[in-house]
Ligand binder design. Structure first.
Ligand code: SF4
Length: 189
């Protein structure tokens, strides 16, 4: 499904066809109730989703003092995002889902040494894993880099730096985000 982002003036496209996402069982589902991979909403995104009617108690404040992580809910023998509709595999807030979700299967994280912010592709996403080396996906990677490195988006992420996750070896690093590394408060104190 192709979607225009509201996060900035630049445009972020989802390269994965929606029919593939709807038939997959990776996204929006988590193994632990307090999974660190649960989506993080920036301050603006949190207010937008609350205004849409979301329960304010679902948002757990993060250490950056701005962003919030969503409280997952139990479903069968795993946990799901409360905005996920398991019967249809649809996101009920799709047009206003957070940047964290818009980016997926891309992930923002610190490198293994913890001294740089990098962009990676989550190899747990079957489409990302299978198409990573294709010309179309490599072209898409460059577009996502341009998007994340735009001044507006870099500033937005730096202000909500809890969006930047810990290093995961299942995420293949595709780019070092130099400007974001310079703008991230925890790396420059
Ligand atoms: S906000 Fe939507 S896309 Fe993001 S994890 Fe929840 S259901 Fe999935």
């Amino acid at each position: 499904m192709r979607e225009t982002s509201s996060a900035a003036n630049a445009t972020l496209y989802q390269i994965i066809p929606s029919e593939i996402c709807f038939s997959c069982d990776v996204c929006c589902r988590f193994l632990e109730a307090d999974s660190p991979l649960a989506p993080i909403f920036t301050e603006v995104e949190t207010e937008r989703v609350k205004a849409y009617g979301a329960d304010p108690t679902l948002f757990r404040p993060q250490t950056d003092g701005k962003s919030a992580q969503i409280q997952l809910k139990s479903h069968k023998d795993f946990y799901i995002c409360p905005f996920f509709e398991p019967e249809t595999s649809h996101c009920t807030i799709y047009p206003i889902r957070p940047l964290d979700c818009q980016l997926y299967p891309f992930a923002l994280m610190f490198n293994e040494d913890g001294n740089e912010v990098v962009l990676g592709v989550d190899t747990l996403c079957p489409f990302g894993e299978a198409h990573l080396e294709t010309e179309a996906f490599q072209r898409h990677i460059r577009q996502v880099i341009d998007y994340v490195e735009s001044e507006t988006v870099t500033a937005q992420i730096a202000a909500n730096w809890s969006l930047i996750g810990d290093y995961q070896d299942t995420v293949k690093i595709v780019h070092t985000l130099v400007q974001l590394t310079d703008a991230t408060p925890t790396l420059n104190t």
